[in-house]
Design a binder for this molecule. Structure first.
Ligand SMILES: [Fe+2]
Ligand SMILES: [Fe+2]
Length: 293
């Protein structure tokens, strides 16, 4: 028995070596810029510059960049109860949209693209762990029950999963939810969701300070926020690689560009509407989409 376990462990180790671990180490290594020389390298560069421009133009807006991370929160201007509502919405959005990258892993697998499938899986597993961390953070600090959390999330999931399958094209991106884009679009779109996380280290550094200073979070309750002060430096590198290597045709590049821009724009619009509803007690009618952590 002992020998069989040893053999199984050895085979697992060999399997790990033949997966994308060495590629991940390369992408995560300091100073990695190989994406620049890839077929979609110019597109990655364009998206980074466009994203930086959005940051320059909006950084002083109190709702920027998203509904759960913005100066209203960072300056302690939302009440503890309002923050509780924000985090409930954040949780439901993360729970519904987070696992959508499994669609991309499956499609890449069906396309015979084992590398993209495994990179997508790798990212999905990281984000699944973050969902667990968020669950811990909001139950521990805000005292939500599991039933409360998942009731909100399940309602949203039921609405989305019953939407009809569609053909995806770049003109639809403005109105298309992330869940449906990843479900019905090509696997390459997962690269957008990775790259768009590039703002997260900055937002989470601000949020970590504010949660402690204004809202009384303990270090133990900050695990999700703390991990995002650095992890998305690496996740956005995965996006650079996936888009750089696999957005090859003009059609793929247009789709990726439209998806990235529409996700960011929706994220900002949703933040304005959400915070307006929070401060003025209006009923919220938006689907919270975009980069959710
Ligand atoms: Fe991430
Ligand atoms: Fe995350």
């Amino acid at each position: 028995m002992e020998e069989a376990v040893k053999k199984a462990c050895e085979m697992e180790r060999q399997r790990a070596y033949s997966t994308q671990v060495s590629l991940l180490q390369e992408i995560y290594s300091s100073g990695w810029t190989e994406w620049r020389d890839m077929p979609g390298g110019q597109l990655v560069q364009d998206l980074i510059e466009w994203d930086d421009g959005i940051m320059r133009d909006n950084r002083d807006q109190p709702w920027f960049p998203k509904f759960f991370a913005n100066p209203y929160v960072w300056n302690g201007e939302v009440s503890s109860e309002q923050l509780r509502q924000i985090e409930l919405s954040h949780f439901s959005s993360l729970t519904v949209n987070g696992p959508t990258s499994v669609f991309s892993s499956t499609k890449a697998y069906l396309d015979g693209n084992r590398e993209l499938s495994e990179l997508s899986n790798w990212w999905t597993l990281d984000e699944q762990t973050h969902e667990e961390m968020h669950h811990y953070q909001v139950t521990k600090h805000f005292g939500f029950s599991e039933e409360q959390l998942f009731a909100v999330a399940d309602k949203k999931l039921m609405e989305l999963k019953n939407e009809k399958v569609r053909q995806i094209d770049k003109n639809m991106m403005r109105t298309l939810n992330k869940f449906l884009a990843l479900r019905d679009g090509p696997a390459i779109l997962v690269g957008v969701m990775m790259l768009i996380e590039r703002e997260n280290p900055w937002t989470n550094q601000n949020s970590a300070k504010a949660y402690k200073k204004h809202y009384g979070f303990t270090d133990d309750e900050l695990v999700l926020t703390n991990v995002h002060t650095y992890i998305d430096i690496f996740h956005s590198r995965l996006g650079q690689y996936v888009i750089g290597r696999y957005a090859r045709t003009a059609e793929e590049q247009e789709l990726v560009r439209a998806f990235y821009m529409s996700q960011k724009q929706k994220q900002m619009e949703n933040s304005k509407v959400y915070l307006d509803s929070l401060f003025h007690g209006k009923k919220l009618e938006v689907s919270l989409d975009g980069n959710i952590g």
